[in-house]
Design a protein around this ligand. Structure first.
Ligand code: ATP
Ligand code: FE2
Length: 327
């Protein structure tokens, strides 16, 4: 029994395959990277169309299985860029229909969260989900993920990518900023710090960091100061949330969780609050098909599937709208 999962919300076209225990047997992907500027939705969709069959072949060969051995096809139904989402949805419908197996629409945010929980084995963690489109603090309460802190404007990863563009770094900026910051001499340049209760805002920080660049400040020092400021803001809300919720486990997930400095800071926060710290493994932090396949497996165990008539993509689907039928 194998579940195949298709990811196509934004830059990545990925196909993963998991076995009945949720273990990843395949995690194939092709990532669209614009020559300049940010992600263009139509270009991302074209990239996905061109690469989808090759990625499918790669995934099947990694897992050493053939299509008739699949018992369900899961796909990222949202949130994401509509043209990109549709490529994955069309492929998933075609596979499910021709193989006569269930189709399972998966919320992409839920997949980041559940896959991280799977690796960490944390029971009731406070989860920080930091990525290109999301910055959320959440806990599972009965049958919903409750979001009690998020960004008021742009997501943390998006802010890093936009700064990266201003600094002429190739998309995505996050990993390049991390590298530059690591080689900085530790000079901290003052930047605005915006925390409102459990919420965060990053656009003022972005504007100020871009201004520093224009004024000729050293790029490495700006990257360092940008990371230190943004990650301290996250650390502050996480610390408060741990104290309020009295959760004893902290789990970080999403593309930005690949950042070593961020994980280091959150680990210190967890320690101060006597909580255990865990992170999604960096290689599974960014978008991938395996997390969709794994969440598809959870949904299938919960007897949830998606009828063809209900399989339209949901570009604005939020994590807290999903009913959770497992612990
Ligand atoms: P979402 O999950 O909100 O839909 P997404 O699908 O665009 O977001 P992910 O792959 O989950 O994307 O995350 C991508 C983001 O992670 C990008 O903004 C990227 O810059 C950031 N990122 C990746 N690696 C690092 C790193 N080492 N340091 C900081 N940010 C990083
Ligand atoms: Fe993502």
């Amino acid at each position: 029994m194998f579940v195949l999962g298709i990811e196509s919300t934004a830059h990545t076209f990925g196909i993963g395959i998991v076995d009945a225990e949720g273990m990843t047997l395949a995690d194939a992907k092709s990532v669209y990277s614009p020559d300049e500027g940010g992600i263009h939705p139509r270009e991302a969709a074209e990239h996905h169309q061109e690469s989808c069959l090759l990625v499918l072949q790669k995934a099947l060969s990694q897992a050493s299985i053939s299509l008739p051995q699949l018992c369900a096809v899961a796909f990222s139904q949202g949130p994401g860029l509509p043209p990109a989402l549709r490529v994955g949805a069309v492929m998933a419908r075609g596979l499910a229909y021709s193989l006569k197996i269930p189709l399972i629409g998966v919320n992409h945010c839920l997949a980041h969260v559940e896959h991280a929980r799977y690796f960490s084995k944390a029971e009731r963690p406070l989860i920080v989900y930091l990525s290109g489109g999301n910055t959320q603090l959440t806990t599972l309460e009965e049958n919903r993920y409750r979001i009690f802190g998020e960004t008021l404007d742009i997501a943390l990863g998006n802010m890093l990518d936009m700064f990266g563009r201003a600094a002429k770094l190739k998309h995505p900026g996050g990993p390049k900023i991390e590298k530059l910051a690591r080689h900085a001499d530790g000079t901290y340049l003052s930047l605005p710090y915006t925390v409102k209760g459990m919420d965060l805002a990053f656009s003022g920080l972005l504007t100020a960091a871009k201004r520093l660049l224009k004024e000729g400040a050293d790029l490495k020092s700006v990257c360092y100061s940008l990371q230190e400021t943004a990650f301290s803001m996250v650390a502050e809300v996480v610390e408060r949330a741990l104290a309020h919720t009295q959760r004893t486990e902290l789990l970080v997930t999403g593309g930005v969780a690949a950042n070593n400095r961020l994980r280091e800071m959150l680990q210190i926060v967890a320690q101060n609050q006597s909580a255990c710290f865990a992170s999604v493994p960096p290689k599974h932090a960014g978008d991938n098909g395996a997390m969709i396949a794994y969440t598809g497996l959870l949904l299938q165990r919960g007897k949830i599937e998606t009828l063809l008539s209900a399989s339209r993509v949901q570009p604005k689907w939020r994590l807290d709208q999903v009913e959770i039928v497992w612990d």
